[in-house]
Design a binder for this molecule. Structure first.
Ligand SMILES: Nc1ncnc2c1ncn2[C@@H]1O[C@H](COP(=O)(O)OP(=O)(O)O)[C@@H](O)[C@H]1O
Ligand SMILES: N[C@@H](CCC(=O)OP(=O)(O)O)C(=O)O
Length: 366
């Protein structure tokens, strides 16, 4: 066995759990629970990120007047999440496995303190043999507070919980090298670091999904860059999870089994850097750097952002806030945790012999 997987995250997309008519596919859900239960009993710690709240609520409630999209999502998810977690509870109970519900939102990843609180919650669940079932708190996370979709959430969870693999289950066998509808297209089996996939991805989404394949690909790339194997596979196929794990552990070449695997980076990334990598959306300001600093950052050297290389400081930020790093051509090249506030950074800007504005340990270059 090449690599014994001991902790994984599994994301189940809306489409896997819903039938064509939008109702919850309990047969599929039950089959996936059976596989997860088998893996759990074999000693694999599993964090489940499950969509399906909105879809399962939609078939339960029939509003009398027309609702806007926010009202619909809030109403359906409030009803649907209760239904969904109840189903999981019953299905896992048949295997004697306790489950717990974790509802979260984007803001909870914004500060390091909230982030560590969530991490602690899931760690204590795993330590006590409980499977965390995570979903976005759709009832209160609206518009800009929302994750792009649950793929983004699953990436954050995988990174936060230091899993070895993230398995994203959708209703398609993987990423195709063309339109999935074209019979000439094939599933890409392995994706190496740095490969540009944009020309393959269509903007179309499946009927109940939110983000589409593009977000899946972007998230998968980022998570794989942090050293985590990411797999995109078809959750509608029988025994898919069990087959993937066997295949991954033995590194067998099973030609029958199709899925896309993002090869993880061999470089380890510290847990603080992982948090910073996913915190771009919370940036409070920008540090613009000169050409020389840009070149050094792009090299393999471990360097901090020093005031001498900074040409402009934008926005108002406090010490420990997240800031975006912008290169001399105006491109965002990374994110970091500020070592001082924006006033102090402006004061030191362009000067020699000053303390770093972002220390290397708190800097994530994309
Ligand atoms: N190159 C591609 N390979 C595979 N799927 C693609 C590709 N381009 C677009 N897609 C679409 O992405 C969909 C999956 O994304 P999404 O609808 O967000 O699923 P989920 O709800 O499971 O997260 C597929 O059903 C497919 O229609
Ligand atoms: N939180 C939502 C999931 C929405 C979503 O993004 O789903 P998906 O397209 O499966 O990633 C729900 O439970 O309905």
């Amino acid at each position: 066995m090449e690599q014994q997987l001991t902790r994984i995250a599994v994301k189940i997309g809306s489409n896997v759990l819903t039938r064509r008519d939008g109702t919850l596919d309990v047969t599929r859900m039950s089959a996936l629970v059976d596989q997860i239960a088998g893996l759990h009993k074999a000693g694999v710690e599993i964090i489940l990120v499950s969509s399906g709240a909105v879809a399962s609520g939609r078939s339960e409630i029939h509003p009398t007047k027309k609702l806007d999209s926010v009202d619909q999502r809030q109403l359906f998810s409030a009803v649907g999440q209760a239904k969904l977690i109840n189903r999981y509870y019953e299905l896992f109970r048949e295997h004697g496995i306790p489950v717990g519900q974790v509802l979260t939102m984007k803001e909870n990843f914004g500060t390091r303190r909230h982030y560590l609180n969530q991490k602690n919650c899931m760690t204590v669940m795993l330590e006590n043999g409980v499977i965390p079932i995570v979903n976005e708190n759709d009832t209160i996370s609206v518009s800009e507070l929302m994750f792009t979709d649950n793929d983004e959430l699953s990436g954050l969870i995988a990174s936060m919980m230091d899993v070895q693999a993230l398995i994203i289950l959708s209703n398609i066998d993987g990423i195709y090298n063309g339109s999935p509808a074209d019979p000439a297209s094939e599933v890409i089996r392995e994706i190496e670091h740095g490969k540009d996939l944009s020309s393959y991805i269509q903007t179309s989404k499946s009927s109940f999904g939110r983000g589409g394949m593009l977000t899946k690909t972007n998230i998968a790339r980022k998570v794989a860059d942090e050293g985590i194997t990411v797999i995109i596979a078809n959750g509608k196929r029988d025994n898919i999870l069990t087959d993937i794990l066997r295949n991954e552990e033995l590194r067998m070449k099973n030609e029958e089994l199709k899925y896309t695997r993002f090869i993880p980076s061999p470089e380890p990334v510290s847990s603080v850097k992982k948090w910073i990598a996913h915190s771009e959306g919370f940036a409070k300001g920008e540090l613009h750097i000169n050409e020389c600093a840009t070149k050094i950052l792009a090299s393999d050297k471990a360097v901090s952002i020093l005031p001498i290389g900074i040409t402009d400081v934008r926005g108002g930020f406090e010490k420990d806030d997240i800031v975006r790093i912008i290169d001399h051509t105006g491109n965002a090249v990374g994110v970091g945790k500020a070592n001082c506030n924006s006033e102090q950074a402006r004061e030191a800007m362009g000067k020699h012999g000053k303390k770093p504005v972002v220390h290397y340990d708190y800097l994530y270059i994309e």
